[in-house]
Design a protein. Structure first.
Length: 121
């Protein structure tokens, strides 16, 4: 009875495909993590009680600069005005993208040559 039962059970046919998929996934994961991380090549900062600024540049061409200052200090309307920019280089095309922004009581307002321009209200 045991031999008859075993002969009626077919071995799973999808195991080799599953194993191949797992191996391919593991290889792709290894390649993704093998890319070296960018290193910081410049870092300047100045932090005070009512203002701050920083400038960071990395080895892959990424840059970020920002400055912020409190306004209406000590009042009910105390707020911070921030200006800054960040840029990066597209790895595939080598094109540099830059975003300049202001952030204040009117929200975050980015501008850049690659960004759409909103209609005037």
């Amino acid at each position: 009875v045991d031999n008859v039962y075993r002969s009626n059970i077919a071995p799973p046919q999808n195991k080799p495909i599953t194993m191949k998929a797992a191996i391919i996934f593991a290889c792709l994961l290894a390649v993704a993590f093998a890319r070296p991380e960018a290193e910081i090549v410049k870092l300047d900062s100045d932090v005070g009680p009512e203002s701050y600024s920083f400038d960071v540049q990395t080895s892959d061409g990424t840059q970020k600069s920002e400055a912020g200052k409190l306004k209406n200090v000590g009042s009910e309307n105390e707020a911070i005005d921030v200006t800054g920019s960040y840029s990066w280089v597209d790895e595939k095309t080598g094109e540099k993208f830059t975003v300049t922004y202001v952030a204040n009581e009117n929200g975050f307002q980015p501008t850049g040559a690659h960004l759409p321009v909103p209609p005037v209200v």
